[in-house]
Design a protein. Structure first.
Lengths: 205, 148
């Protein structure tokens, strides 16, 4: 979507795809490729790029989240309620310590639920927290999907979000969050099983 | 007009090769709505599984679904996700909760004006749509408001 800025009027005027989701609530479709290289931390120190450290990762879903024909007991969830606590415990960080978030957007509604289930806001205060001013880099308190993500960069099935998290920690993003040391990524919302990851700079070890 | 809720030209549903959901499709031909229920602990479940998710018994059968359904959620489709749908937009898929069958949920298309307001909790009943001219005739279970 480079060179095609979207404002609130353009978003509202877009055609429906499936109500309640309009055209700009749905991810892009494109071809492409992406990869991540994971090596032992000792070896990473000798590579050309600044190392980024995997602090935690989790994968799974809630009880019977995969029940067929829309029958999971907990229907309106991004599937992170059981995963987020595991991720934070493994990484040893809290939501308040996350500097930048990459949240998978198959559809926009899933992002709101993902952020709530990762403790960045609540159902009650989502409208006050999830504002343009808060979500934008470099000045927002909760910079979100700084590369444009699945909606505006490319749909690499979320791998581009993982790569953007790495760029943020290296200080190489085109929408850099100043001094970002901890980045959280989540993927596969609403579809069991989901997964998430926290990466950090050497200063977080 | 096909007389059905969706245009002609969509692929016909087929019972799964493993036979697990065959009793559902056979009952639909008789205009009867059935769902899976455990013979041991009496838990309802949908879709069909080989064992009861509550007590893990393999003795699960199919029983008629009692009572009405209620609209649990809905969406209104405007984008033709299949070429045959270009002439049939919009349409309203609904998730129907069946309170008297353990709150299991089923899917279908809601009959009536697709642009009319849809209310969560509205009472619905199954609408059996017979596709007699198909190579292997089948019956789809759709939904209509009961007004009650």
């Amino acid at each position: 979507m480079r060179g095609r800025p979207l404002d609130a009027e353009g978003y509202d005027a877009a055609r429906w795809i499936v109500e309640p989701f309009g055209l700009f609530d749905c991810c892009l479709e494109n071809d492409g490729a992406a990869a991540m290289v994971l090596v032992p931390a000792e070896r990473a120190k000798d590579l050309a790029q600044p190392p980024v450290y995997l602090l935690g990762a989790a994968q799974g879903s809630g009880y019977r989240d995969g029940a067929g024909v829309q029958n999971p007991p907990d229907f309106a969830t991004s599937s992170f309620k059981t995963l987020a606590p595991r991720l934070y415990a493994m990484a040893g960080v809290s939501p308040a310590e996350v500097d930048v978030i990459q949240s998978y957007e198959n559809f926009t509604g899933a992002v709101v639920m993902s952020l709530i289930e990762h403790g960045f806001c609540t159902y009650e205060n989502a409208n006050e927290v999830l504002t343009f001013e808060n979500l934008i880099a470099p000045t927002g308190k909760l910079p979100l999907n700084t590369s444009g993500g699945n909606l505006a960069e490319c749909y690499m099935h979320g791998l581009e979000l993982n790569i953007e998290a790495v760029r943020q920690i290296r200080g190489q993003s085109t929408s850099q969050v100043p001094g970002a040391e901890v980045a959280l990524v989540n993927s596969g919302p609403m579809v069991p099983v989901a997964s998430n990851m926290i990466v950090g700079a050497a200063s977080t070890l | 007009m096909s007389g059905f809720l969706l245009p002609k030209g969509l692929p016909a549903p087929r019972p799964a090769n493993d036979g697990l959901d065959a009793p559902y499709w056979e009952a639909a031909r008789r205009h009867e709505l059935v769902a899976q229920r455990c013979r041991k602990c009496r838990t309802w479940q949908w879709g069909p599984e080989w064992l009861c998710h509550a007590c893990l018994s393999f003795e699960v059968g199919f029983e008629p679904v009692p009572g009405q359904g209620r609209i649990f959620s809905w969406e209104r489709v405007w984008h033709p996700v299949h070429p045959a749908l270009k002439t049939g937009l919009p349409y309203v898929p609904v998730i129907v909760e069946l309170p008297e069958a353990g709150g299991i949920r089923m899917l279908g298309v809601l009959a009536g004006d697709p642009e009319a307001k849809v209310e969560i909790g509205a009472a619905v009943e199954p609408l059996f749509e017979d596709h007699e001219d198909a190579e292997a005739p089948y019956t789809l279970v759709q939904w209509r408001r009961t007004g009650r």
